[in-house]
Design a protein around this ligand. Structure first.
Ligand SMILES: Nc1ncnc2c1ncn2[C@@H]1O[C@H](COP(=O)(O)OP(=O)(O)OP(=O)(O)O)[C@@H](O)[C@H]1O
Ligand SMILES: O=C(CO)[C@H](O)[C@H](O)COP(=O)(O)O
Length: 410
């Protein structure tokens, strides 16, 4: 490990801290910021980002909230991220002037990093060793932990890039601490150290039948792969998926489970979906959504005068349940909307959805009607979780702002 020089921060309370330069190269931390990491207490280094010369700018309310999103490849993570970013207003872009094959997406509020960037083996390396990218041996969890922790503490990092075009590990890119950091990919909850850094975690649980249908849609229709190669690729990943990815769902604060419909007996088309939003009880800053009456068990078919439904209709369910021995609330939607604007009728019967105004969920869904899943529970629940994450973030910031006055009482 490289050594680092120790320097004194001259002003801890002002927004600009003067420091000397450093010679440190430890673990990809951005050079000047490691000084704060190693020499100051964590309160003063939060929200700092590297400036020119020998100064660092520190934001007063710097607190990076970390969200984990786990799912297998091709299970809708990118679509979810687009919905989430939109809830905060504005679109997300790859880092300006950086590697065109970067996997990172940055918006005013959020930075989404893809955990594929922590593959320790490139495509050839995995082939040589006979491991898949899902295997923990193909990933660097020490670096993942160090860098997510640094970002959470307000320190920029030089994060590696896994290039999906070439299959190689590219030179790193600078990631500055955002307000909200989303780590998405195969293993955000696999390593306990990384898991413990998460303020909220989500698992997208796509059943095999549906995953297969989506893969065919994307890889066959859009990427020209053959049916055989898609089947082979899913089959080859399955043992490692079952061993390393799927078990993470037990740790998630919210799981979006996507299953074939139960409204059509023996449906094997995979077009109509039954989607379940499983929400853990007792999670700090998160209150589960409910339908009509909190804690009751409710089955609801909203089709009729207010909601147009063609065959096979729409069915909602809400109620308490247990999930990996945790107490949870489950909200379920089976079927799909014929007219998206009529979603307002459903929205008006949901509570604790953390909207800023009446109809905000419907507005978001209409805005992104072209995203996959906009006419069913996948889009609806992803949008609602986006609102809940915004709410969680605002609560954390408010709690932090209130903390000094609390401290004065003692
Ligand atoms: N809710 C949905 N309803 C129907 N199809 C969907 C849905 N979400 C995703 N898909 C299908 O799955 C494909 C992959 O979606 P997306 O790019 O969001 O997944 P991903 O997990 O980010 O994938 P990857 O990790 O491979 O980049 C889409 O092109 C679409 O065909
Ligand atoms: O499971 C995956 C996550 O996206 C990819 O398969 C993994 O990252 C390897 O990527 P590639 O197939 O491009 O080498």
């Amino acid at each position: 490990m490289a050594t680092c020089n120790v320097y004194t921060i001259q002003s801890l309370n002002s927004s600009t801290c003067s420091i000397s330069t450093s010679t440190n190269t430890h673990l990809g931390f951005h050079q000047k910021q490691l000084l704060f990491y190693t020499t100051s207490n964590t309160t003063t280094m939060r929200g700092c980002s590297g400036g020119g010369g020998n100064s660092i700018t520190c934001s007063a309310d710097g607190r990076t909230v970390v969200i984990g999103l786990a799912a297998d490849s091709g299970c809708g993570k990118s679509t979810f991220m687009r919905r989430l970013t939109s809830v905060f207003g504005g679109g997300a872009e790859p880092p300006k002037g950086g590697n065109p094959d970067s996997n990172t997406l940055i918006s005013d509020t959020t930075t989404v990093i893809c955990l594929d960037d922590y593959h320790s083996l490139d495509r050839t390396g995995r082939k040589k060793k006979g491991v898949t990218a899902l295997d923990p041996r193909a990933n660097d969890f020490d670096l993942m932990y160090e860098q997510v922790k640094a970002l959470k503490d307000g320190i920029a990092v030089d994060k590696p890039i896994y290039n999906h075009v070439t299959g190689l590990l590219d030179p790193p890119e600078l990631i500055k601490p955002p307000k909200i950091l989303v780590i998405e990919g195969l293993h955000p909850m696999y390593d306990k150290r990384v898991r413990d850094l998460l303020d909220f975690s989500i698992y997208l649980d796509i059943s095999n039948e549906v995953k297969f249908a989506w893969k065919i849609q994307r890889d066959m229709a859009e990427r020209g792969h053959s049916l055989e190669s898609i089947k082979a690729s899913i089959g080859a990943r399955k043992p490692d998926f079952d061993a390393y990815i799927d078990p993470q769902k037990q740790y998630a604060d919210a799981v979006i489970e996507v299953l074939p419909t139960q409204l059509i007996p023996d449906d094997n088309e995979g077009k109509i979906l039954r989607v379940r939003l499983i929400m853990k009880e007792g999670v700090e800053y998160f209150t589960p959504v409910y339908l009509f009456d909190e804690g009751s068990t409710i089955s609801w078919i909203p089709c009729g005068r207010k909601l147009t439904c063609s065959y096979p209709g729409i069915k909602f369910f809400y109620g308490p349940d247990a999930y990996f021995s945790h107490e949870v609330s489950v909200l379920e939607m089976d079927g799909q909307f014929d007219r998206l604007d009529e979603l307002i009728y459903v929205e008006s019967h949901l509570s604790s959805i953390s909207t800023k105004f009446y109809g905000e969920v419907t507005q978001q869904m209409l805005k992104h009607a072209d995203f996959p899943g906009s006419n069913n529970g996948t889009g609806l629940f992803q949008t609602i979780i986006g609102m809940k994450i915004r709410d969680l973030y605002e609560q954390i910031v408010a709690t932090k702002a209130a903390a000094p006055s609390k401290a004065k009482k003692f």
